[in-house]
Design a protein around this ligand. Structure first.
Ligand SMILES: [Zn+2]
Length: 323
């Protein structure tokens, strides 16, 4: 998936902290159990001994198998005894087990030498957080989106903004719920303050919840990061492959970036490469369609208008109405 090295390092240190935390809890519980029930210590010691004896038995040769079978039996009896003591003293059955966040890999991040799902999810989460650190992702869900702020009387084009927005809202909700590797791309345009960012982020939150990797950023921020990496010395950074490879890319506020030959070429590269790879992209813009055509090359606009679902946000600025 091509994330920056720093992300992997950070993910491993998060796992390490989880592991240590869980093991500290288990160790504290063991002390509490022993304080209330001294017999626990004897059992603990016996259990450790069965392990050592098994190791010795392996070295003992022909009778080893029988010895190990007996030891295993004895170990099971000790476990049963311990479970009984836990119950008698009012402790839950799993009291001595480390409460790992991920039961599959015990917070090691690997199962049978393969990366665990929890590790992959963590990497996506960290990558997303890094790229959208300035965004209040949590507050922008479908539930907090209000249709009531849109006018329910016809506008100058005879359209009722609330009805138009209700259709867009339902479309976005369905898009998020059904999102998968085959989902198409969306182009949202309309005046500023009509909810394009809110609905994009609501989609992002749902799609992340489904386990996909999502990158969100304003065109200005993402392009300036790319520019720094392209012309600077940060050879380690690899935002471009992240932008080209993630499951869903949300490019907010297209048209507000400072336009150069580099940015126009990058926009084309992103739109074109992701299109060829069949990856979904959501682009938001305050530009009208003629403005979009004037600002970018025909290659860019024809790709967007030709293969994206186009959502036109109507109505007056709801932030102004709310005031
Ligand atoms: Zn795991």
């Amino acid at each position: 998936m091509g994330y920056r090295k720093q992300i992997y390092t950070e993910a491993l240190s998060v796992l390490k902290a989880r592991r240590e935390q869980a093991e500290a809890v288990a160790s504290a519980h063991k002390t509490q159990f022993a304080a209330k029930c001294p017999e626990a210590l004897t059992i603990e010691r016996e259990m450790a001994k069965t392990g050592l004896s098994a190791i010795r038995a392996v070295g003992a040769g022909k009778d080893a198998e029988a010895i190990i079978r007996d030891l295993a039996q004895y170990n099971l009896e000790l476990q049963a005894k311990r479970a009984e003591l836990l119950a008698q003293n009012g402790f839950p059955a799993d009291y001595l087990q480390a409460p790992y966040t991920c039961k599959r890999c015990s917070d090691t991040g690997a199962v049978d030498g393969e990366p665990c799902d929890c590790y992959k999810a963590l990497i996506r989460e960290l990558a997303l957080r890094e790229l959208s650190s300035a965004t209040p992702l949590k507050r922008c869900d479908f539930e907090s989106f209000s249709l009531a702020v849109y006018a329910d009387t016809p506008d100058e084009n005879g359209l009722i903004p609330r009805e138009e927005m209700e259709a867009i809202y339902e479309f976005c909700k369905g898009y998020a719920a059904q999102f998968d590797e085959n989902s198409g791309s969306l182009f949202m345009y309309g005046k500023t303050g009509l909810g394009k960012t809110h609905l994009s982020l609501a989609i992002a939150a749902k799609v992340i919840e489904k386990g996909y990797g999502v990158i969100y950023g304003t065109a200005q921020n993402l392009l300036s990061t790319l520019e720094k990496e392209h012309f600077g010395r940060e050879r380690d950074a690899d935002t471009e492959s992240l932008l080209l490879d993630c499951d869903l890319l949300i490019l907010d506020d297209l048209g507000t970036e400072f336009s150069t030959g580099f940015t126009v070429a990058e926009i084309y590269n992103i739109v074109n490469t992701r299109g060829l790879r069949g990856k979904a992209t959501i682009i938001n813009s305050n530009l009208t369609l003629p403005e979009l055509q004037a600002k970018y090359t025909d290659r860019v606009t024809s790709r967007i208008l030709g293969s994206y679902s186009v959502l036109h946000f109507t109505g007056s600025d709801m932030r102004i109405q709310l005031r």
